[in-house]
Design a protein around this ligand. Structure first.
Ligand SMILES: Nc1ncnc2c1ncn2[C@@H]1O[C@H](COP(=O)(O)OP(=O)(O)O)[C@@H](O)[C@H]1O
Ligand SMILES: Nc1ccn([C@H]2C[C@H](O)[C@@H](COP(=O)(O)O)O2)c(=O)n1
Length: 289
């Protein structure tokens, strides 16, 4: 295992734990404070509760000491985000860990993205990204925020992706590829900046399932989700490069947490073995299990 390595070649079999370049990132899963990864800005939201409220889907929030909205009781729970390209095996990984007691698993709300009051913004986005990209990504941002803020029922929460990858990977990809008008990108960016400035979204560890785009392409075809039949290999390559820049090279956007890299091109049995081998590293430091 290499700790804190950068730019290590792809597809190596070893697992790596990379620290965020940002000096203010949470130091361990025990971190009680929610910290934003921006130079010179640290928000400690771990203690005082001034106001409390309960929203839809069991969201319980309070105002913390820094004036940020915080999830009630969130300071005592570890949050692990599983990140990776489309069809890299995130859901399969979460299914594996869902069998562990004391771990709560939250998959991406894809069913909502496929059906919001009878509409399918995911399908619309793939059909005409210029027109519907903003529609899907606005809804993704809302539903991911809802996931982050929903009340935690176990000492450890493992969730599929995050509000951060929604913005840094998918919105960014639409914009950079010329499939999102500048005004749509500006509006989404304003929303994202407001949310991350005013709401505490603590993440303690990112587990990056690192795959080749080709592997994802094959798994995508095998999964055969109707909306995704139009996805070309080039799309997965773009998503891959954005993930690598963010989580491996660490040259694009701030990291909300340290990154554990798990090479994920291997067959299912091998992957399950790797998950078992890395169980302690993934859950390390929570002091709650
Ligand atoms: N290690 C693996 N080897 C082969 N197929 C896999 C592996 N992991 C997942 N799959 C299959 O690939 C497809 C995508 O996996 P999934 O877990 O849904 O990915 P994601 O949640 O990242 O989109 C599914 O059909 C799944 O059964
Ligand atoms: N911000 C996002 C997040 C996901 N998507 C798309 C990509 C896939 O088609 C689908 C679900 O992703 P998976 O869990 O299979 O990796 O949603 C998006 O367009 N924007």
């Amino acid at each position: 295992m290499l700790v804190g390595g950068r730019g290590v070649p792809l597809w190596s079999r070893c697992v790596r734990l990379l620290s965020p370049h940002c000096a203010e990132a949470p130091s361990s899963l025990r971190a009680a404070a929610a910290v934003r990864c921006h130079p010179g800005r640290t928000f400690n939201t771990g203690s005082c509760r001034l106001l409390q409220s309960r929203g839809p889907s069991g969201t319980e929030t309070a105002i913390g000491t820094a004036g940020k909205l915080v999830r009630n009781g969130g300071d005592k729970k570890a949050v692990i985000c599983i990140e990776g390209n489309i069809a890299s095996g995130k859901t399969t990984c979460l299914e594996y860990f869902s069998k562990t007691s004391n771990i709560e698993v939250l998959t991406e709300p894809v069913s909502k993205w496929r059906n919001v009051r009878g509409h399918n913004p995911l399908a619309l986005m793939y059909q005409d990204p210029k027109r519907w990209g903003i529609t899907l990504q606005t809804y993704v941002q809302l539903t991911m925020l809802d996931r982050h803020l929903s009340s935690v029922s176990a000492p450890v929460r493992m969730m599929e992706r995050s509000i951060f990858s929604a913005k840094y990977i998918f919105v960014e990809n639409l914009f950079r590829s010329g499939k999102m008008p500048e005004v749509d990108f500006a509006v989404l960016s304003e929303w994202f900046d407001w949310i991350t400035t005013n709401i505490s979204i603590p993440v303690d560890l990112i587990v990056y399932l690192q795959t080749s785009p080709q592997t994802c392409y094959e798994r995508l075809k095998q999964r055969c989700r109707e909306e995704e039949k139009v996805i070309p290999l080039e799309y997965l390559e773009s998503i891959h490069h954005l993930y690598e820049d963010w989580l491996i090279k660490q040259t694009s956007f701030p990291l909300p947490a340290p990154v554990l890299v798990i090479p994920a091109d291997h067959d299912l049995q091998n992957m399950l073995h790797q998950y078992e081998e890395n169980r302690d590293k993934i859950l390390a430091g929570s002091c709650l299990l």
